[in-house]
Design a protein around this ligand. Structure first.
Ligand SMILES: Cc1cc2nc3c(=O)[nH]c(=O)nc-3n(C[C@H](O)[C@H](O)[C@H](O)COP(=O)(O)OP(=O)(O)OC[C@H]3O[C@@H](n4cnc5c(N)ncnc54)[C@H](O)[C@@H]3O)c2cc1C
Ligand code: FES
Length: 357
């Protein structure tokens, strides 16, 4: 699957998965990141989930995922934070052209980078964030600190420099509000006067040392989100610390390297796809993904990143076999239950039947 390979969709997305939201506020967080606050106080979501923003940019429908940075119990309105990516279509459009009062179509919250909280818990949660990867972690930290009065949260947060720290003031306010239950350890690539931070690129050794310095109970859970090189270093550090994989949750904003899959390149297959209780026959050409084939037929299949990262295109395989170029975004339980990612999924057999949630 190649990024942006899909045919342009002309009709405006509609149906129970989509909603038009009005922009209530736009907050400039850093020189290249904004927080978009939506006038949707009743939105049902979990911190750490993401919205898919859909815009028509120069006649092309663009969809991108943005994580919610808010928690309903303390933030009246849901919000996402968007950092510019050099040459990026959506992130630059939103930073430059979106205004308060505009309406934008979004796909309802999705994703499993979330935490279950319980007032009786007294545990230590460690968060690793870098750059815009801080967005879902902010909501998760708020939820744990607010819901679990006996739990603590430690954030290890890497950025290029002092100016690029997203939510810099919000973290300071949260440290004061939750007294000694929240700690933030900054790592900055470029040193900054009068600001306490480790300097340099995050290395395995630096991260191991920072985790070892955290006081209190053994961490119960680790969450990580950031660019691929940062996540690799965190994974190396956690391996060195013998942290079991079952207590580590990870969200990727950029596509991982795809697995080579062995589908028969000469065979066209028909896949049965159930959407909103209606069954459709989708003809998948050799090399095409199931999502790509469905969109060409103009079916309303849900999708966002188109690269196996976000799970928006998840469907349950009721019959047959589907192979995936990438499946890291699905949990072991989802894989066992037969869920597949249609944007990177190819039918391996002639009897594949899929159902969307
Ligand atoms: C589940 C999920 C949640 C996300 N949450 C957020 C969020 O909260 N805040 C946020 O700012 N972004 C988030 N992203 C990333 C976001 O969806 C877009 O990928 C990003 O804004 C770039 O889109 P674009 O249209 O501007 O760039 P594109 O036009 O898609 O890409 C331009 C170029 O940049 C590269 N690129 C794409 N994404 C990135 C990236 N993140 N970092 C570096 N290079 C990249 C592409 O490979 C391409 O070469 C999330 C992604 C996922 C999958
Ligand atoms: S659309 Fe994001 S995983 Fe398929």
């Amino acid at each position: 699957m190649v990024f942006g390979l899909f045919k342009k969709k002309k009709k405006k997305p509609s149906g129970p998965d989509y909603v038009d939201l009005s922009v209530k506020d736009i907050i400039k967080e850093t020189p290249d990141a904004i927080t978009i606050v939506f006038d949707a106080p009743d939105m049902d979501y979990k911190p750490g989930q993401f919205l898919t923003l859909i815009s028509d940019i120069n006649g092309e429908e663009i969809r991108r995922s943005y994580s919610l940075c808010t928690y309903k119990e303390i933030d009246e309105y849901p919000a996402v934070t968007v950092k510019r990516v050099q040459g990026g279509k959506m992130s630059n459009y939103l930073n430059e052209a979106l205004h308060i009062g505009d309406t934008i179509t979004v796909m309802k919250p999705k994703g499993h980078f979330t935490v279950e909280t319980n007032q009786a818990n007294g545990r230590h949660i460690v968060l690793f964030g870098a750059g815009s990867g801080i967005t879902p972690l902010k909501g998760i930290a708020s939820q744990v600190l607010e819901d679990e009065p006996n739990s603590t949260v430690s954030l290890i947060y890497a950025n290029r420099n002092h100016e690029s720290i997203i939510f810099r003031n919000a973290w300071t306010e949260m440290i004061a509000k939750y007294e000694n239950r929240l700690s933030v350890s900054h790592i900055l690539e470029e040193a900054s006067d009068n600001f306490e931070a480790r300097t340099g690129l995050p290395s395995k050794e630096m991260l191991v040392e920072l985790v070892n310095d955290l006081t209190g109970k053994d961490p119960a859970y680790y969450f990580m989100c950031g660019p691929a090189p940062f996540m690799e270093k965190v994974e190396e550090a956690l391996e060195e610390l013998n942290v079991p994989k079952e207590i580590v949750k990870k969200e990727s904003f950029t596509p991982a390297k795809k697995k080579e899959i062995e589908t028969d390149q000469s065979v066209q297959r028909t896949v049965k796809v159930i959407i909103d209780d209606e069954e459709h026959d989708v003809t998948v050409q050799p090399g095409q993904s199931i999502l790509e084939a469905g969109l060409i037929m103009d079916l309303d299949m849900p999708f966002s990143c188109q690269s196996g990262m976000c799970t928006a295109c998840r469907a349950k395989c009721l019959n047959g076999k589907v192979s995936m170029e990438e499946s890291d975004a699905l949990t072991d339980e989802e894989l066992e239950e037969g869920y597949v990612l249609t944007c990177v999924g190819h039918p391996e057999t002639d009897d594949v039947k899929l159902e969307f949630d």
